[in-house]
Design a protein around this ligand. Sequence first.
Ligand SMILES: Nc1ncnc2c1ncn2[C@@H]1O[C@H](COP(=O)(O)OP(=O)(O)OP(=O)(O)O)[C@@H](O)[C@H]1O
Length: 340
Amino acid sequence: MSELTKAEGSDNELAFESALRPKSLGEFIGQSKVRNQLKLILDAAAIQNRTPDHILLAGPPGLGKTTLAMIVAHEGGQPLRLTSGPTIQHAGDLAAVLSSLAPGEVLFIDEIHRMARSAEEMLYLAMEDYRVDVMVGKGPGATSIPLEIAPFTLVGATTRSGMLPSPLRDRFGFIAHLEFYENQELQQVINRAAKKLGLEIDETAQQEIARRSRGTPRIANRLLRRVRDFALVGGKTKIGVDEAMGALKLYEVDDLGLDRLDREIMKVLVERFSGKPVGLSTLAVAVGEEQDTIEAVVEPFLVRMGLIARTARGRQATAAGFAHLGQTPPTNLLDGLLDL
Ligand SMILES: Nc1ncnc2c1ncn2[C@@H]1O[C@H](COP(=O)(O)OP(=O)(O)OP(=O)(O)O)[C@@H](O)[C@H]1O
């Protein structure tokens, strides 16, 4: 049974993601600058028969950071070890992972900004000298024993590159900033996924889904599956614009791709605070969501769409933000910002 058939059977989001992941740089759509930069690093390492430099991938969720880490391992013919910052709560957790790496292995640490501080310090030495200092004993009798580890490539991923301490950031040979995808690139993502899923979908339907995918391949794939369900239940074998629009309406994805949480945030900024600046914590309480989610997931997209602006005084709705909710901005909203 193929990976995709198994994923179809379980309809499990993670299984689907992994089945739809591009396996090589050539298959990876968009992000051409990052792709070329990454290719140079991998090719140079291959010529010199050494492990590629450590790589940091920064950007909002769902843009392909895990996929790129898998590609780095795959292109270099190396195994991949996956872990994440929140699971590394002590230096010992990291020491266990590092000391068990095979030579050349690619270590992927997702949400690397959430790793324990003590582990961060251990990572500095490991990245630079392929060595860890393991503390044995406690108190004044404690000694540190240096332990050699195999040469490896670290691929770190973060949605909050600003939260990484500079000594850690500086130890990466390459920092890639992933950008939101253009609609035409998302259309390619949808087309590719549809082919893999054996779906017939016309171009207008692809465009409608692409336009509402928040610049994010993960969302494009997810919306495609909901549109597929809509067509299936409606007894359609070919997906057209009616099926696409029907499903998107049912799942409350609006014209610009804003979902329920995006709209709630827009409503708070426009209706409750009338375009005045609002602090992140107030905003989080007002919509009942984690500050982290707002900052890493919601805000980058709304800023990119020009619907809100981040200022030193807080978050503000812009004139375009007011217009999107069908409201008239206050007269003192100058150049998208209130003249306070
Ligand atoms: N450039 C791309 N071309 C085609 N599909 C892509 C691309 N980037 C991402 N995808 C698809 O989007 C999904 C999410 O990608 P991925 O898990 O790599 O994102 P991520 O940035 O690691 O997200 P998170 O930070 O939430 O873990 C995957 O199923 C993958 O197939």
